[in-house]
Design a protein around this ligand. Sequence first.
Ligand code: IPM
Ligand code: MN
Length: 351
Amino acid sequence: MKKYNIGVIPGDGTGPEVVEESIKVLKAVSKKYNFDMDLEYYDFGGERYLKTGEILSDNDIEKLKTREAVLLGAIGHPDVAPGILEKGILLKLRFTLDQYINLRPVVLYDGVDTPLKDKGANEIDFVVIRENTEGLYAGGGGFLKKGTPDEIAIQESINTRKGVERCLRFAFEYTKKRNKRKKLTLCGKTNVLTYAFNLWERTFYELAKEYPDIETDYCHVDATCMWMVKNPEFFDVIVTDNMFGDIITDLGAVIQGGMGIAAGGNINPEGVSMYEPIGGSAPKYTGKNVINPLAAIASGQMMLEQLGEDKAAQDIENAIKKAVKNDIKNLGAGKMGYGTKEVGDLIVSYL
Ligand code: IPM
Ligand code: MN
């Protein structure tokens, strides 16, 4: 029997609750498709930091490198200053494991409410590919004369030819493999960020020559936001930098029914990838059995796709589709008509 080595980082807040449901579903589907999982749990997160002062050591990272994939709940703790855990754990993992793609599907399932008027499952079905290791997130910059009236704060966007090219290459390949509308939109800001997005744009059209079957399109980030609301059906695959990708995927999440269902993958195609619901730790809902685990369950589905368990992944997606069509009334925390655990059970019952 095939056995996958999976790392599990339940993390903070509601992370552990949603990860538990995702694991429940993965275990159910593994029985059906005859594969096994060796789950290794790691206690990285706010609680461990508060207790021991440890954030994420080189040894922690070495352990993760032995895994074929990682499932993550959420990182962020109300008693820890903003940035410490996010940069010290989540971003550090993305960077050191070189997970240079953040793949975030924006799919509206039948029966799910979207705030967009007159738009449904046929119109909202695209994927955002966010560069995940560079740009404004790379940490370039600093203060001068900090705390004085002459203070200067510089935050640099780092864009390397190599980093941009590998992200764009992934996006072209993904669009080809997805084989839907075969349209790739570069989202940037070439009219103002004339260095960074000039590099992106030049590289984009260079690579495009190798993919004559793929329609290419360019959209400024502000216009992208407008079209995502007005005509989301324009999009098939969007590729963009780290910061813009962060912003437009929250917009994407809300048009697909909210953070309760938005899943993502931090992908290193040649290394260890990490799958996570994009919603965060939602501390106010912690321990109440009200948070929606579907995003974590869908992240588990994405993980199975990477592992090559396509049928099992498809089964999970079908079960999610049935549950949101037939049973779950609203995807928001506390409004589902089911508890967190019950949603997990419901998905299992549809498998
Ligand atoms: C996300 C989150 C993170 C990001 C934060 C928590 C650092 O918003 O995964 O989108 O900005 O990438
Ligand atoms: Mn974000």
